[in-house]
Design a protein around this ligand. Structure first.
Ligand code: RRO
Length: 304
């Protein structure tokens, strides 16, 4: 069941989606037990930025039919405290560590990449490009030209595997995938969440008279205004985008989006993904990744 991924040998193909499993909190609760049965074959950190960020005001989460909208807003302690406080704990995990970073400028990204490169505990770097360009306001990862420039500019700063986490909120995901590959990415991961929103509860048509109650204007409910949709609701989109990308690039792909069970993971592997990430399902079932990895193992054993 071992999988070769960018020079790393992983015990199985299931990892976590960035920001969907807090390994430090889990270590506090489960102690040695977590290490004995760690659910993922590699651990991806939450996105780290150069400066600390408080994140968005509440509400930050909203359930939809078959989905979850998050408007977390990148809360994190910033690079310095991540390295000093979190890295020593994450380095104890029994699997390779992938640190996920985001920067709004080339300078910020250079500092983040240099720091990751200097720490042997970090096995690979994932670049989250779902970040607005400070000048244009457009997501860097949504525009192939900008994306290629950004990846090309950071590539020389590390010899570690560089994974680019693509945004699905773009006109042509395979054009972005090819741009990241041309820029020097070693691997791609997709999909991040789909831009989504939820409206604040407000008066509805009266069930008795049928008259419309006086209505307030539609107001976005989430603290950040908009958020990102994940979970089963986006799996069909993930399948389409992963298929489009694996058909065009030669570098390995980490597929994710609404994976709940072994059949869903197998679908992404069949489409050419090398690894599969589990995200929202881990909130519902923290052992989901173990269940899926064991299911894949069983299938492989039976098949062989
Ligand atoms: O922190 C977030 O709100 C967030 C990030 Br950085 C991301 O990449 N995807 C997402 O759904 N939420």
């Amino acid at each position: 069941m071992t999988v070769e991924f960018c020079g790393l040998t992983l015990a199985h193909p299931i990892i976590n989606g960035s920001g969907t499993f807090d390994a430090i909190a889990a270590q506090r609760v489960f102690g040695a037990q977590l290490h004995e049965r760690f659910p993922f074959a590699a651990y991806v950190s939450k996105t780290i930025t150069l400066a600390p960020r408080a994140g968005n005001p509440p509400p930050r989460l909203w359930e939809t039919p078959a989905g979850l909208i998050n408007s977390i807003g990148l809360p994190n302690k910033g690079l310095e405290r991540y390295l000093a406080e979190d890295l020593p704990l994450l380095a104890e995990l029994p699997v390779p560590l992938i640190t996920n970073v985001m920067g709004a400028t080339a300078e910020e990204l250079a500092i983040l990449l240099d720091a990751c490169d200097a720490h042997a505990e970090i096995a690979a770097i994932e670049l989250n490009v779902s970040c607005p360009n400070v000048d244009t306001g457009l997501d860097i990862g949504a525009d192939p030209v900008q994306l290629e420039q950004v990846v090309r500019s950071v590539r020389p700063r590390t010899a570690k595997p560089l994974i680019v986490k693509l945004t699905p909120n773009t006109a042509d995901v395979s054009a972005c995938a090819l741009a990241a590959e041309r820029g020097g990415a070693d691997a791609l991961s997709l999909i991040n969440t789909l831009r989504a929103t939820a409206l604040a509860p407000r008066p509805r048509r009266s069930p008795v008279s049928g008259d419309r109650a006086p209505r307030d204007a539609a107001v976005a409910w989430l603290g950040g205004g908009t958020g990102g949709l994940s979970g089963p609701a986006i799996r069909a989109v993930a399948l389409a985008q992963v298929a489009a990308v694996t058909a065009r690039v030669t570098i390995p792909v980490i597929g994710m989006g609404g994976v709940q069970n072994v059949a869903h993971a197998q679908d992404l592997l069949d489409l050419g993904a090398t690894l599969v990430a589990v995200g929202t399902e881990s909130f519902r079932d923290p052992a989901a990744a173990t269940r899926i990895a064991e299911g894949l193992h069983e299938m492989a054993t039976r098949g062989g």
